[in-house]
Design a protein around this ligand. Structure first.
Ligand SMILES: C[S@@+](CC[C@H](N)C(=O)[O-])C[C@H]1O[C@@H](n2cnc3c(N)ncnc32)[C@H](O)[C@@H]1O
Length: 263
């Protein structure tokens, strides 16, 4: 089984918990109604999940283990949301019956799993016939930024090596259509959208988050323990992230692939 590269350190959650339908699932929004029964695979901190709960009939939030699932339980509790239930599930082998959900969604999950095609087969199995499997993933090799900082090239290279060592595919966005076709979907709409960070506030948040994450998260431990980088290398990368965040010219683009696949 693949290992989740980021882990759930506070510096990771800081980046995930600002996600909502408008910045992360706009491609799916036209398909959601007050009747929809939605399964959210790999709900993480649950901010997108709870946004779904505001517009659909019912959401089932799933995570790979109870520790990760507790994050979306807390999100539901703090927002007073009642139409969500919770289950520990591995997307490769879901325990739900066939045809259980109208929409099966996964955001930034398939890039981390060992067999994304099997994951999509399972997502399809639990969706009703004619229902929707909706997936969105970033594509790390497609990230672009300014100013050019060699330490950020090093960061990207290290991240992609670590993610692959964990059994994931960091350049997932470009592969979603291919994975869906391999999983047997015949009706797939593939689109793209991006996150762009260019204001002082966005740079402080994104750059500051990576400056911390490269020193303190599961990724940092993996890079040092695996001999891919030294603590000093990671400090240089962290310092470069802070320089990027402080630079008024700083700009960063995170491209994503997304698919709407008919079950
Ligand atoms: C980058 S987070 C995305 C969380 C959330 N969907 C979001 O976008 O904010 C990826 C999540 O996938 C979960 N995950 C990893 N492997 C999984 C698997 N095999 N089955 C289900 N979830 C998995 C991780 O625990 C993690 O919370």
């Amino acid at each position: 089984m693949a290992t989740y590269t980021h882990g759930h350190h506070e510096s990771v959650l800081r980046s995930h918990s600002v996600r909502d339908i408008s910045n992360s699932a706009a491609y799916l929004r036209p398909y959601l109604t007050s009747e929809t029964r939605l399964l959210d695979v790999g709900a993480g901190p649950g901010s997108i999940t709870m946004d779904f709960a505001d517009v659909v009939a019912h959401v089932t939030a799933t995570e790979i283990d109870e520790g990760a699932l507790s994050l979306s339980r807390e999100a539901a509790e703090s927002r007073g949301i009642a139409n969500v239930d919770f289950a520990v599930e591995d997307v490769h082998a879901l325990s739900f019956a066939d045809d259980s959900f109208d929409v099966v969604h996964a955001h930034q999950v398939l890039q981390h799993v060992g067999d994304p095609v099997q994951a999509l087969r399972e997502m399809r199995r639990v969706a009703v016939e004619g229902g929707i499997v909706a997936v969105r993933d970033a594509d790390y090799a497609g990230f672009i930024w300014f100013p050019v900082l060699p330490e950020l090239d090093r960061w990207l290279d290290l991240y992609r090596r670590a993610a692959r060592a964990n059994g994931g595919e960091p350049d997932a966005g470009r592969r979603l259509l291919a994975w869906a076709r391999a999983a047997g979907f015949e009706d797939v709409t593939a689109t793209a959208s991006s996150w762009c960070y260019a204001t002082a506030e966005e740079r402080t948040w994104w750059g500051g988050m990576w400056a911390d994450r490269i020193l303190e998260s599961a990724l940092a431990r993996q890079l040092v323990d695996g001999g891919m980088a030294t603590a000093a290398d990671l400090q240089d990368i962290s310092d470069a992230w802070r320089r990027w965040a402080d630079d008024g010219d700083g700009w960063f683009l995170v491209p994503h692939g997304e698919i709407i696949a008919r079950a």
